[in-house]
Ligand binder design. Sequence first.
Ligand SMILES: Cc1cc2nc3c(=O)[nH]c(=O)nc-3n(C[C@H](O)[C@H](O)[C@H](O)COP(=O)(O)OP(=O)(O)OC[C@H]3O[C@@H](n4cnc5c(N)ncnc54)[C@H](O)[C@@H]3O)c2cc1C
Length: 461
Amino acid sequence: MLALTALLALEGYAHGGVRASRVARPASAPRADIAAKIRVAVVGGGPSGSCAAEILAQEPNVETYLIERKMDNAKPCGGAIPLCMVDEFQLPPEIIDRKVRKMKMISPSNREVDIGQTLEPNEYIGMCRREIMDGYLRERAQKKGAITINGLVTKVEVPEDATPTGGRYKLHYAEYAGEGAAGKPGFIEVDVVIGADGANSRVAKAIDAGEYNYAIAFQERIKISDEKMAFYEDLAEMYVGDDVSPDFYGWVFPKYDHVGVGTGTVTNRPAIKEYQDAMRTRAGDKIAGGKIIKVEAHPIPEHPRPRRVVGRALLVGDAAGYVTKCSGEGIYFAAKSGRMAGEALVRLMQGGSRIPSESEIIAEYIRPYDKAYGPTYLVLDLLQKVFYNSNGAREAFVEMCESEYVQRVTFNSYLYKKVQGNNPIEDVKLLFNTIGSLVRGSAVAAPDKTFSNPVESLKRL
Ligand SMILES: Cc1cc2nc3c(=O)[nH]c(=O)nc-3n(C[C@H](O)[C@H](O)[C@H](O)COP(=O)(O)OP(=O)(O)OC[C@H]3O[C@@H](n4cnc5c(N)ncnc54)[C@H](O)[C@@H]3O)c2cc1C
């Protein structure tokens, strides 16, 4: 706190944004002329922002600000995380509400396939409440030295010259201090900005990162009786069918003391509530009599933004567009991209002695990220295109899940984030070889209902 006060005095303005008499720095001073530390602002304190801030905060010559609009934010989310995230991000056991070891895949004709037999006793999918996990990661970043600001960033002013010797970014925010207090306007000037502010990212807009298509996902948290909850003790369900989604899946995920029931769609977003009604119907007696304790909805990005680094501003997590197709998974990729971006910046800043350029950030953060996870996105994109396309294909998908090999490949790639054998083409070939399933599925399945939503259909996948 003392260090912060001293820094603010040096910079000539108060933290709350009341500008004092002295201007901080000439617009385009080279880094070597600046005595103060490099300043990085991370906008958004979800998994991507907190994991980026945690890394940067440990660098003594970098001043890291983590700006989050709602410190107890409960991000609408299924909250499923892969096993590798627990170790890699050193998540304590209390973050994991439940350990899912069994999954039921349920086809359009309600054929059920149990998967999970291939899991080792110590393997599981973690189920978390986002308010708990996000709070933990944010506090950890703070403990490591990130300066947190409870504020909504309302505007990002981009310097005319965004090269390393250019001026600073100016972030305006409404700071929420104290119960019920209206946001107090403030601003901060920084050398580097990380946009970790989710699917509706203001940072992305400010830097003209370009648009992405998105799904809308809807979820109800439903409190069911203890007896019904026992069924979902360590079991999650995935439903496919055009009744629950024309291009995604519906789910029942066990949470702390309730289940999360939800679905999503890109191609027919206006009908999301009908799909959710169908999800409740499909889950039927298993959730009957349950009390809806929370209703939540949020966009899910469909693919990365056209530009993820512009000048000295970069995007991570959902702001960048890092959710996989088919599984709709984004928590791990958010945390991982935040961490990789933080590490790349630390390397490039060389002990706080230099500010990195756009091309350096692309080389150190974007390229390694794409190299590591590009194949995963590619495979899941193909799977979604092939298997969520019609009820026949969905029947085939569920039938294929009976195969032990398919289960092993699926769990290994999900739990450990490695495409099996590091050869995605071979994996895709294998799945295509199950052509028999597709033929059988097409023969038995009811055709998908048509819907009239021409504008969104044109954007399909
Ligand atoms: C219904 C639903 C279910 C999902 N289920 C799963 C699942 O089971 N497993 C999975 O892996 N993924 C799931 N996802 C995807 C997952 O939620 C996201 O990929 C993940 O949350 C991305 O993390 P993030 O840190 O990038 O962004 P977010 O989690 O969206 O965090 C952004 C943060 O920025 C803050 N913020 C936003 N704007 C501002 C601003 N202007 N100023 C200050 N702060 C701001 C927000 O308050 C928020 O805390 C689901 C998504 C949805 C919608």
